[in-house]
Design a protein around this ligand. Structure first.
Ligand SMILES: Nc1nc2c(ncn2[C@@H]2O[C@H](COP(=O)(O)OP(=O)(O)OP(=O)(O)O)[C@@H](O)[C@H]2O)c(=O)[nH]1
Ligand SMILES: [Mg+2]
Ligand SMILES: [Zn+2]
Length: 291
């Protein structure tokens, strides 16, 4: 007799094995059927039990959204079926604005909400960091100052009803946020120096947690790079949301907004309607995608 199929959610992705939480049932350690797996934390899957506590992933359901990064050779899945990306920044270690912009582009590409959290707001340098982040607020991306160590309450309302994924560089406090949101959870956290000494990031794989029946949150390993090779170059300008009203108004129909004469985006920067920082970021990315 063929074993029955059970529906479940992938709550942890270890690379080769997965933790699958069956609906209203236990969590199994599962392996994908076949060799190469394209399964991410947050995926809905069908599982066949094989032994006590174990199963095989027979199939994955279509996703509503997939958040991933990619270089020229391969893609790295981060989380599936998310409705919101929470980009966690801090004044120390210094966050890279370019990485923030890449996360925002990826969020637009995946058509999900983006929330920017400036964590470690207790640090002195936070005021200057917040000033710089005001730009993103004017674009429509909410910016939330937070001191996760002291109080994560301000984060609860923005997380409600969402499946959110926490992303950002190592040491920004993503796992600290998880631990504070879910008392009793002990996701490992560490000082940046300690994480670097051990030769790897503190969080090594993505894991999904339930905040309540309709709100879920995924912790992910820190990243230093965020490749966007999966984004077609001619779509990139649309993913910088404030560029959209100008697109189609450049002198040349195929304007890439790099240095062409009569560029409407360039003119908007000169007029102060678009930030120079955003155009510079767009140009760096555009050149990278130009292969
Ligand atoms: N001052 C201050 N430190 C914080 C705060 N939140 C977290 N930290 C510290 O920041 C360090 C890194 O925190 P983690 O939660 O491990 O960071 P992470 O983003 O999960 O790092 P990776 O797993 O490597 O990606 C730890 O030493 C935390 O105690 C905060 O609000 N204020
Ligand atoms: Mg972590
Ligand atoms: Zn142009």
């Amino acid at each position: 007799m063929k074993p029955a199929f059970h529906n479940g959610t992938v709550v942890a992705a270890f690379g080769r094995s997965y933790q699958v939480e069956l609906d209203g049932d236990a969590t199994l350690t599962c392996f994908p059927r076949g060799k190469r797996s394209e399964i991410a934390c947050g995926d809905r899957v069908q599982v066949q039990k094989t032994a006590e506590g174990q199963g095989v992933i027979a199939a994955a359901d279509p996703r509503s959204a997939l958040f991933y990064r990619s270089d020229a050779y391969r893609q790295k899945l981060i989380a599936a079926n998310v409705t919101q990306i929470v980009i966690v920044l801090a004044a120390a270690p210094t966050y890279y604005e370019d990485l923030l912009n890449r996360c925002l582009v990826a969020a637009e590409h995946a058509r999900v909400h983006a929330l920017i959290v400036l964590n470690k707001f207790d640090l002195e340098a936070s005021g200057t960091a917040l000033e710089r982040l005001r730009l993103y607020e004017t674009l429509g991306y909410p910016v939330l100052p937070l001191t996760a160590k002291a109080d994560v309450a301000p984060l609860r309302a923005p997380l409600e009803g969402h499946t959110s994924v926490l992303v950002g560089q190592s040491g920004m406090g993503k796992s600290t946020i998880i631990n504070r949101l879910l008392p009793g959870t002990e996701a490992p956290t560490a000082e940046m120096s300690a994480a670097l000494d051990s030769g790897r990031h503190t969080t090594t794989h993505a894991r999904l947690y339930h905040l309540d029946a309709t709100s879920h949150i995924i912790d992910s390993p820190g990243m230093q790079e965020f490749g966007l090779h999966h984004i077609p170059r001619d779509e990139l300008d649309h993913l910088f949301i404030e560029f959209r009203p100008m697109i189609g108004r450049c002198r040349f129909a195929n304007c890439r907004h790099l240095a062409e004469p009569g560029c409407a985006i360039d003119a908007a920067v000169t007029a102060g309607a678009i930030s120079e920082r955003r155009l510079a970021s767009y140009r760096r990315l555009s050149k990278e995608l130009n292969r």
